[in-house]
Ligand binder design. Sequence first.
Ligand code: SAH
Ligand code: SF4
Ligand code: F3S
Length: 479
Amino acid sequence: MKDIDIESYFKPDLKKARKRSRGTTEEVRFDLADAHEQIGLGKTYLIQTYGCQGNEADGETMAGILEMMGFTPAQDEMDSDLIIINTCAIRENAENRIWGELGRLKAYKRKNPDLMLALAGCMPQEEYVVERVLKTYHHVDLVFGTHNIYKLPEYIATAMFAKEKVVEVYSQEGGIIENLPKVRSHRFKAWVNIMFGCDEFCTYCIVPYTRGKERSRSKDEILAEVHELVKEGYQEITLLGQNVNAYGKDFKDKDYTFGDLLSDLDKTGIARIRFMTSHPHDLDQKTMRAMAEGGHIMPFFHLPVQSGSDKILKKMNRHYTKESYLAVLNQLKQTVPGIAVTTDIIVGFPGETEADFEDTLDLVERAGFDGAFTFVFSKREGTPAATYDDDTPLARKKERLQLLNEKINAAYLAGSKRFLGQTVKVLVDGVSKYDDQVLAGYSEHNKLVNFKGDSALIGQIVDVKITTAKTWFLLGETV
Ligand code: SAH
Ligand code: SF4
Ligand code: F3S
């Protein structure tokens, strides 16, 4: 493959990525050009996805496009003609895994020079990543970002026929692309994008730069997708967005927000509705009411708090305080009785003192979370927090994480125990990883439940009486 001048590539620019335009979002419909319809015939592909559910949904779109072009799924790396690494940039260790993976794949490329290797997702949206790939990872043929997945056919054609390296990353928002094909990875649970991007700019976070401005899909497109899923026999949808509570706030011609969407989706006949993720400061009454009234909206809420210290929350640009978060949480629990709430917490944000950390522990004690994802702060180049003074040694940050996790594990156990003796509804996912006599699935409150049963129950919602509560799962028997 011939290389062209590095400067001539369409590379990312974090400063541009920070800009937000006020114009209306352009909606484009995907259409595969006739010339691209058969270029994948006889060829196989493999997509390795890292990161959040948004990235998993993107991976399903890439698979959909490739299969329209004639590609078929590969058995493994050895058997692949095209490998796409769909990357995540959220923390340094997420990126380090991917650099390792890229290095490892070099050997496959040596064995099979026709193998096409592509880097996609959030990492290519970072300037330093594209520089590094161009300078040291010469075996990568194709680099594209989160805004131009729909151009995959064109890129593959160029890489295959012109034998040219393709690097094209757009830094400014991008519109909304509809009519994209998807190969869904699950038979009865589906991801449904309701919005893209994020305008929150939490000071530690790279996502507003990698995913562009907040833009909502039209309600009609979302409802049409869900009606189709119901027809195809899907049982559960998870609505996706970086901040689903901001859904519709960008509509200029109508007043239609997340609560309205939930109420409308509740009437589609889908058995279960979930969503990810919410920002506490955009969570409104309408959403809580829709959850209380909507029979198909699951009593589960992931509501990231990040810290319990008002000083740190301010430095993070989160727009709420410890007490106002707890007030919203209380209201949610009162409006939707029994709701399970989980959260995300970062320890060791620059300037976090022992007292700030104590505030976080205190918040966890008072919140009654059902669980949490916890992280040590990771410096992301280009974000404001990367420039903040940080004098806490990493070892102390790790100790804080350990202390926090002890509390969180106790919260998981308490969250499990509240279901002892109750009968819960479980959507059966499959057989347990550890015992093929045992089925595994999730309850309405998003608890993992294991029980003995026939594999014919996979894909169905069954009543299970809980007999044992463990920290990470529940055990039960069918009733
Ligand atoms: N949009 C979602 C998810 C963001 S990423 C939200 O706002 O909740 C998921 C989690 O990763 C965040 O909630 C945060 O806890 C964590 N995270 C994001 N950036 C991070 C960083 N630089 N260092 C450590 N954790 C981070
Ligand atoms: Fe990142 Fe904050 Fe946006 Fe979540 S809300 S994606 S943490 S900037
Ligand atoms: Fe990672 Fe991008 Fe999602 S950074 S968490 S894959 S939005």
